[in-house]
Write a new protein. Structure first.
Length: 284
């Protein structure tokens, strides 16, 4: 009976398959030097693939030889935060992934694809590290993009537009649970509409900087602008978003400007993700 891969620890893997790993690393050494991927990081990436795929011990060599080694190396370097590796990833895969996004989501497809790159960068130690190399990196990203689109569609079903005749939802200091939930729906819907109205680059910067927690420099690099330009774009985006949110609450929910701002600042963000709360509470 074959022994499960998890019966072989990392040290045993290194001892038994080190020669093969060295051979495979030799195949990608030139590109690895381009983005400073070392042999130890490459070895760790292969071990992750074996663990994720639950490869039986007697099948490990065949599994390793069947991997998309160049893609594994590129993903491993990205996980380590190599700026050059990320540059290569974006240069080679952004266009095809945007095309895949357009086929899934129409006009929203390019934004969906770019947002995925930001998520992969922010969560590279978990999400991108889960790439096992059995399929191409491009194919794996298309599958992840498809799931992201499905998740977004499901999420948007929860955005409920309040009726024009609904009572003014200005909350008292101690709002009850029903009113808090109602207010959260109003703000969530306004926020979605406000974000949709922003230019694509501003929308991406807000998404990278707030939703994914990237630094200003990282967000700027992903959208291809200087850090100072990104800072100015963020300022414009925040101002435009505040204006748009206030106008939506005034026009669609009949709130005066002061009541709209109070609703945004007192929004019960415990029901939401942290990122919109930071954006609304700290930047309005």
């Amino acid at each position: 009976m074959a022994t499960p891969a998890n019966a072989l620890d990392f040290a045993g893997f290194r001892a038994r398959h080190g020669a093969l790993v060295a051979e495979l690393f030799g195949q990608v050494r030139e590109q690895a030097e381009t983005y400073t991927l070392d042999a130890e990081t490459f070895l760790t990436a292969l071990w992750r693939s074996i663990e994720k795929s639950k490869v039986a011990e007697d099948k490990i060599a065949a599994h390793l030889r069947a991997l998309r080694i160049a893609d594994v190396a590129l993903a491993a370097a990205c996980v380590e935060g190599s700026a050059k590796a990320w540059e290569i990833l974006l240069e080679t895969l952004r266009a095809p992934l945007r095309a895949a996004g357009r086929s899934m989501a129409g006009d929203r497809g390019e934004e969906l694809a770019d947002s995925l790159f930001g998520e992969l960068y922010a969560k590279r130690a978990s999400k991108l590290a889960s790439y096992a190399g059995r399929s191409s990196l491009a194919g794996w990203l298309r599958a992840v993009l498809q799931q992201s689109w499905i998740d977004r569609l499901r999420s948007e079903k929860h955005v409920v537009q309040m009726d024009d005749d609904a009572p003014e939802p200005a909350a008292p200091p101690a709002a009850d649970a029903v009113e808090q939930s109602q207010n959260a729906r109003i703000v969530r819907g306004a926020l979605a509409s406000g974000m949709a109205a922003l230019p694509p680059r501003q929308k991406l910067l807000l998404d990278f900087y707030y939703s994914h927690g990237l630094t200003l420099r990282e967000a700027a690099a992903l959208v291809g602008v200087h850090e100072a330009t990104a800072s100015r774009e963020l300022d414009r985006a925040r101002a435009a978003l505040k204006s748009h949110l206030t106008e939506i609450l005034r026009r669609e929910h009949r709130l005066e400007a002061h009541a709209a701002e109070a609703l945004l600042l007192n929004w019960d963000h415990a029901q939401e993700t942290a990122a919109p709360s930071v954006l609304l509470k700290e930047r309005l």
